[in-house]
Design a protein around this ligand. Sequence first.
Ligand SMILES: NC(=O)c1ccc[n+]([C@@H]2O[C@H](COP(=O)([O-])OP(=O)(O)OC[C@H]3O[C@@H](n4cnc5c(N)ncnc54)[C@H](O)[C@@H]3O)[C@@H](O)[C@H]2O)c1
Length: 357
Amino acid sequence: MIPLRIILVGLGARAQFWMRVVRENPQCTIVGLIDPFEDARTRALAQWPEATASGDLDLITQLDADVVLLATPPGGRERQIELACEAGLAILAEKPLADSVERAARYVAMAEYAGVPLSVGLNFRFLPVTQHTLGLFADMVGPPEFGRFTYERWRDGWKPNFNKYPLTMDQPMLWEQSIHHFDLMRFVYRSEPISVFGSTFNPSWSMYRDNANVSALIRFANGVEVNYQGLWQSNWQKPGFQWRTECQKGVVVQNDQFGDLNYALHADAELTSVSLPPYEQWINDAKSLLDAFVAAMRGTAPLPCTGRDHLNSLRMVQACIVSSRQGQAVNPADLETHAKREIGTTTQSAPQQRTSQ
Ligand SMILES: NC(=O)c1ccc[n+]([C@@H]2O[C@H](COP(=O)([O-])OP(=O)(O)OC[C@H]3O[C@@H](n4cnc5c(N)ncnc54)[C@H](O)[C@@H]3O)[C@@H](O)[C@H]2O)c1
């Protein structure tokens, strides 16, 4: 079968994983590499010498290709999406699709209008631990009723192999990291959020310009309620993670973001550990995501992680931001009403900022 020809746009940290994942998939190949920085292009060409590299996005319309894979920062993707649509290329975009719901909605509309598939790289859905959690709900502990999700990390934003734009962007934790967590909640709880009561804040030691820590109480339409705490600026170098869900017959406890899955029935004295298949972090999940995307491109499966579905996770992020600002719970479906109310407030008097810095 002829491999899908991919143009990889953005040759930074995330692209390093994609180059390996694509190389190991015989159904795909990279034909184009785009980044404004020469060093980034040189590094990428060392891995894909057969590709054409350019600093100019117009390469998207000049090459014979099938897919544009966006590994660029989420801010400023307008032209990338525009050109992909113009060239009729499918889009696989890293999360978050954009750094605002409005922009992401516009990209989804542009892709739909152009008739090009648009998927978002929500690789956490493809982690073995996530897939096995769904199995536990279905076969072992019964439907989920409430949960607690804690992610504690002191993320060194200056680490040489890390991207740098989160240091200066608005709400970096929410757009860059909580987006994965919120998407996972929607995915495993099989429901849409109806209420988000959030607070975002920045501790005194934060290296991030804007709020790097988040807490939120989230309620879903099926009744599931989640206490969420997501930190990029905890004050210990050792990370912590626990996602515990109380279900009709017992609990599911995940003690590591990438594995360590356990369950207990109500009367069990101890947790039972769930055996998970071997997994290489950042690789297997991206491989499975790419397989699902390729299957959709071949017409043998539905498109995974559609841009339109992703808007619902982005609305959770936005609802959390608005809730933190307004000091009240927000239904992600009512964001437009809240936005109008905020504009009204601004024209009448200075907005009440809830600063928790
Ligand atoms: N799914 C995941 O698990 C995961 C993990 C890490 C990063 N990401 C996502 O991947 C994306 C990229 O993150 P990163 O860590 O690679 O960032 P990065 O800053 O390391 O790399 C981004 C690259 O894009 C280039 N770029 C910027 N504007 C461009 C443009 N207009 N055209 C072409 N190239 C451009 C930059 O020069 C840089 O080389 C982000 O959306 C991020 O959230 C996802």
